[in-house]
Design a protein around this ligand. Structure first.
Ligand code: AHM
Ligand code: MG
Length: 343
């Protein structure tokens, strides 16, 4: 008897995150299989965080955040909840020797860290001021191979590596849909979560960001705090010039991950400079700037602190802050010229 062959054309178009990773491993055998497992862990943790984020508006009705729930347990604020979920969901597999979170002052040693060869640095829920008002928030993560030979001895030094040493990075945005974007240094790929089947499906393959954008994202409410270079750059973006497509439109959500994601897809520049209030910038090098810069460069964009490539900065401390100019290459180059007083 002849074997039965089934072919469902609709299925051929669906690529689950799992089958995408299998394809990537064939294409790029140099990407360690462990790294793929780590990305799976992150995708799983993101599903847990998403489950709570989509119910955030029910906090008052259900007695969530800061109060006691029906089981008599104290319910955590969403960013702290996300932090604990990620640490526990990812830490239980023993693949990470060490972690660092924007929510924790010190490094975190997962319960089973004897076998993991990697360090995870993450912002569990970026855009915290937007959580209670139904605006997109996200999880940002960065993965490094540890330098210590014995994972049981992993220390802060294993976390303090420059961004250029990342083996993978990504983010999950909890917005009108939930999207996970990642890179292992072989392009940038995005997946949209289908809640009806509980799967991330490939929706954005090989993301390339436009060379020049049409949006700029900056908190202009801080105008009085900005230095002259930044002010002149923002003024420049508002001038009329057909050749460069100016004036640009302002788009500023106040969730870095959401502002970055939009600009990545449509083109644009995100600016959070050093200000009088935030003399080193506000954003965190290890949890925000490095992972997004890795993704941005992989998509053909550029990311600097106005002087230096973000990925070349050698970190001195876990919670180090940095100015950030990130997005379409041409736009970031112009921003740097203004910051450096060349314009
Ligand atoms: P958070 O990690 O406490 O949420 O702070 C980081 C956020 C970024 O998501 C966003 O780009 C920035 O802070 C907005 O800051 P501002 O309100 O000063 O514009
Ligand atoms: Mg943040």
């Amino acid at each position: 008897m002849d074997p039965i062959t089934l072919n469902d054309p609709a299925m051929n178009k669906l690529t689950t995150i799992e089958s995408h990773f299998l394809q990537q491993q064939k294409l790029y055998p140099e990407v360690n299989a462990e790294v793929i497992d780590l990305l799976h862990d992150v995708a799983f943790a993101a599903k847990l965080v998403r489950r709570e984020v989509v119910r955030a508006g029910l906090a008052d009705i259900l007695g969530l955040t800061g109060s006691t729930n029906v089981q008599g347990e104290e319910v955590k604020k969403l960013d702290l909840f996300a932090n604990e979920k990620i640490i526990c969901a990812i830490g239980q597999h023993g693949r990470f020797a060490i972690m660092g979170s924007e929510e924790n002052d010190s490094i975190i040693i997962p319960p089973k860290n004897e076998t993991g060869n990697y360090a995870l640095l993450f912002d569990p829920l970026d855009g915290s001021s937007n959580i209670d008002v139904n605006v997109s928030v996200g999880t940002i993560f960065s993965i490094y191979r540890i330098k210590s030979e014995d994972p049981g001895n992993a220390s802060l030094a294993d976390c303090l590596q420059s961004g250029a040493e990342q083996v993978a990075a990504g983010y999950v945005i909890y917005g009108s849909s939930v999207v996970m974007v990642y890179t292992t240094g072989h392009g940038v790929h995005g997946f949209t979560y289908d809640p009806t089947i509980g799967e991330f499906l490939l929706s954005h393959e090989n993301i390339i960001t436009p060379e020049r954008g049409k949006y700029y994202s900056a908190n202009e409410g801080s105008w009085a705090q900005l230095n002259d270079g930044t002010k002149r750059f923002l003024d420049y973006l508002k001038e009329e010039d057909a050749e460069t497509g100016r004036p640009y439109s302002t788009r500023y959500i106040g969730s870095l991950v959401a502002d970055f994601h939009r600009n990545l897809l449509t083109g644009g520049v995100f600016v959070y400079p050093a200000t009088k209030k935030h003399k080193q910038g506000k954003l965190r090098l290890m949890y925000e700037a490095n992972p997004l810069s890795f993704i941005c460069e992989q998509a053909g964009g550029r990311a600097t602190d106005g002087e230096r490539r973000i990925l070349d900065i050698v970190p001195e401390e876990l919670h180090q802050r940095t100015p950030l100019y990130i997005g379409s290459k041409e736009d970031v180059l112009v921003a740097e010229e203004f910051e450096q007083g060349k314009r």
